[in-house]
Write a protein that binds this ligand. Structure first.
Ligand code: A2P
Length: 338
């Protein structure tokens, strides 16, 4: 597609990720001739800020993609299953943030820092954006994998409420207000108390693993192109608005030291290494990562229990690098000469 500017549609434009997609397109001056903001019937006519003005939300329908060059989807898996093929038939390149197409062998699953080449072969006209927890982990693992090939990953996540959508953030805030006022907490989105608590709130997967945990297993292997990587995840929701954190233990096919890992991570694409000596507060944090682009890696240490393995703490804004930014970066790599 050798055009100077593009018609870009955002399906799910009123949602937590959709709004971030609009902000990211604007902040990065993506060359847009027309922005089509799509959501459900409920939001038709609503105005969203874009490009110094406003864009009027339209109801998503089968005709929404006529003349669209690039369609970014973040309106849930069932919307993507139905409408992504329609958008692709209209000639749009679809970049889908839902889980609907990620494991389809004819759909590339792409993190630009790791496997942008895969985005060039897309038999269905669809590219999948990985799960937010997986994206930030593989960005941090990529330089280490290139040097020593990752064998085993043991990861625990501390995931923000915005990963579950805007309504989940509002549930956390209203629960927090009710708790502080000494009132009864009535959850509206989470399956229990989220304020001042941690939850495992994902759907059940298989063998007592959650769907979210299995996404981290399968998507990591597909993106890294290595089906032999062992991934053992525990995913947990914490009462943070925005920004996922991960404690990651990594074993390689040869011994790796923390010093070598820091050398490899320093300057790696998409990574900011925080390598201050241990001091309380000087580590990657979701509060400071929120609203920024990088994957922050800190607390890189030699593992005390397994010789030749390392540990690290990985933090990123789940709405940005974990979703909207990754999608926009894919579009930039494919269509924009910079
Ligand atoms: P709407 O705001 O009109 O409900 P979030 O992930 O923050 O929950 O946002 C989900 C996004 O997906 C919103 O923009 C929402 O629009 C949109 N959406 C949900 N269901 C549909 C649907 N059936 N058709 C079109 N858009 C939908």
């Amino acid at each position: 597609m050798s055009k100077a500017s593009f018609v870009v549609a955002v399906a799910g434009a009123t949602g937590a990720v959709g709004r971030e997609m609009l902000r990211t397109l604007e902040q990065r001056s993506f060359p847009i001739s027309k922005l089509v903001a799509l959501a459900s019937e409920r939001s038709a006519g609503q105005k969203l800020p874009f490009g110094g003005g406003e864009v009027v939300v339209e109801e998503l329908g089968p005709k929404s993609f006529e003349g669209v060059d690039i369609a970014l989807f973040s309106a849930g898996a069932s919307v993507s299953r139905e409408y992504a093929p329609i958008a692709a038939r209209c000639g749009a390149v679809v970049i889908d943030n839902s889980s609907a197409w990620r494991m389809d062998p004819d759909v590339p699953l792409v993190v630009p820092e790791v496997n942008i080449e895969a985005a060039k072969t897309r038999p269905k006209g669809i590219i999948a954006n990985p799960n937010c927890s997986t994206i930030q982990m593989v960005v941090a693992l990529k330089p280490l994998h290139d040097a020593a090939r990752v064998k085993t990953i043991i990861v625990s996540t501390y995931q923000a409420t915005s990963g579950k959508g805007q309504a989940a953030v509002e549930d956390l805030l209203q629960q927090t207000r009710a708790s502080l006022a000494g009132e009864t907490v009535t959850p509206t989105v989470f399956p229990g108390q989220m304020a001042f608590n941690v939850l495992c709130d994902w759907k059940a997967g298989e063998d007592d693993y959650s769907e979210e945990e299995l996404k981290m297993v399968n998507e990591t292997r597909k993106i890294m192109g290595d089906a032999a990587i062992g991934v053992s995840p525990t995913t947990v929701r914490v009462p943070v608005v925005n920004g996922h954190s991960e404690s990651v233990h990594v074993q390689f096919h040869r011994p790796m030291t923390a010093d070598e890992a820091k050398r490899l991570l320093r300057g790696a694409e998409g990574v900011v290494l925080m390598d201050d000596a241990y001091a309380p507060g000087k580590h990657p944090q979701p509060f400071s990562a929120a609203g920024t682009d990088p994957v922050y890696v800190g607390r890189v240490r030699d593992d005390l229990a397994v010789a030749g393995a390392i540990k690290m703490f990985v933090v990123a804004d789940n709405l940005r690098k974990g979703a909207a930014l990754n999608a926009v970066q894919i579009a930039e790599k494919l269509f924009v000469q910079r």
